[in-house]
Ligand binder design. Structure first.
Ligand SMILES: Nc1ncnc2c1ncn2[C@@H]1O[C@H](COP(=O)(O)OP(=O)(O)O)[C@@H](O)[C@H]1O
Ligand SMILES: [Mg+2]
Length: 291
């Protein structure tokens, strides 16, 4: 009996010792893991700081570059238009063609610079939305005026369907105009013949849908999702020849989100594309940026 007890006590303490040993080993292991995790955290913090710095630098570089490009491009455009208007004497037909070439190229470059500047501003959180009441009629005539020089020399018709029976809108008309301007310039770029049609219609009671439809080359269905991502472009020879930075549509998507809306596309290769933006008739206050 005693023997057994002693024996059992010995057994127990051996077990205990073993358990204690295991516990100590575990603690040591845990301690080590902890140190490791702390080191990893520190590394992550450092990497996050570096990333923030890189992204700040990128935004600053983009906006600096865009500003430095804008001024000379503006001069090129206004001198080209002085020449076209023959204010300093007549041009030969060949010279007219050459000047038109210069101003088209300068306008494309200036569009690209604008896209880059917008992207930099959005990334830096420096885009502010200022909604106001306005009439769609004014929006459409401003857009028509903007595209007149391009449409006048093109085989494609640009048609604005008169907005009938639509209420006034409360939103940021500049941002909305920019979305539509991007859609329209894409459609004009990727349409050889036929028309580009801009229309507006109510979507339910709270929203309005603006659509830009063209009879252009179209886009394969598997590309539709990716189109609205940064720098995404369709990989076909015809599109390659014409495309710009690949930022236009992703900017449209971001602007639409800022207005509390969304963008989308329907398109069939060889038949044409419809790009649309749906936004609230009256912008909700929580979307308004106070800055
Ligand atoms: N109306 C359209 N018809 C055909 N393809 C289009 C049209 N709009 C856009 N795309 C395709 O989507 C791509 C991305 O458009 P976007 O973001 O505006 O970039 P970018 O015009 O600078 O190339 C274009 O390069 C083109 O391949
Ligand atoms: Mg574009």
């Amino acid at each position: 009996m005693t023997d057994n007890l002693v024996h059992g006590g010995l057994d127990e303490s051996a077990e205990l010792r073993q358990l204690r040993g295991e516990a100590a080993a575990l603690r040591a292991e845990l301690e080590e893991t902890n140190q490791g995790v702390l080191a990893l955290y520190a590394e992550l913090d450092m990497q996050a700081a570096q990333l923030r710095e890189a992204s700040d630098l990128k935004s600053r570089f983009l906006s600096y570059m865009s500003h430095e490009f804008r001024t000379p491009l503006g001069s090129i455009l206004s001198i080209a238009s002085l020449l076209t208007d023959e204010l300093d004497g007549p041009l030969s037909p060949e010279q007219h063609k050459q000047v038109a070439f210069v101003s088209t190229a300068a306008r494309e470059l200036s569009d690209m610079v604008d896209d880059l500047l917008d992207l930099a501003k959005i990334e830096a959180g420096r885009i502010s939305i200022s909604p106001a009441w306005f009439d769609m009629f004014d929006l459409f005539s401003a857009l028509r005026g903007m595209f007149r020089p391009i449409v006048d020399t093109s085989a494609v018709d640009l048609i604005f369907e008169a907005p009938k029976g639509l209420p006034r809108l409360y939103t940021d008309d500049k941002k909305l105009a920019q979305i539509l301007r991007n859609f329209i310039s894409n459609s004009l770029k990727f349409t050889q013949r036929g028309e580009v049609r801009v229309s507006a219609s109510l979507e339910g009671e709270q929203e309005i849908r603006f659509a830009v439809s063209d009879t252009g080359i179209g886009i394969p269905p598997e590309m539709h999702e990716a189109l609205f991502e940064d720098f995404s472009q369709v990989d076909s020879p015809l599109q390659k020849r014409l495309r710009g930075t690949g930022l236009g549509l992703s900017l449209c998507k971001r602007f639409a989100a800022l207005l509390g809306g969304r963008v989308g596309v329907e398109s069939q290769p060889g038949i044409g594309s419809t790009f649309y933006v749906v936004i609230p008739l009256a912008m909700a206050q929580e979307h308004v940026d106070e800055s």
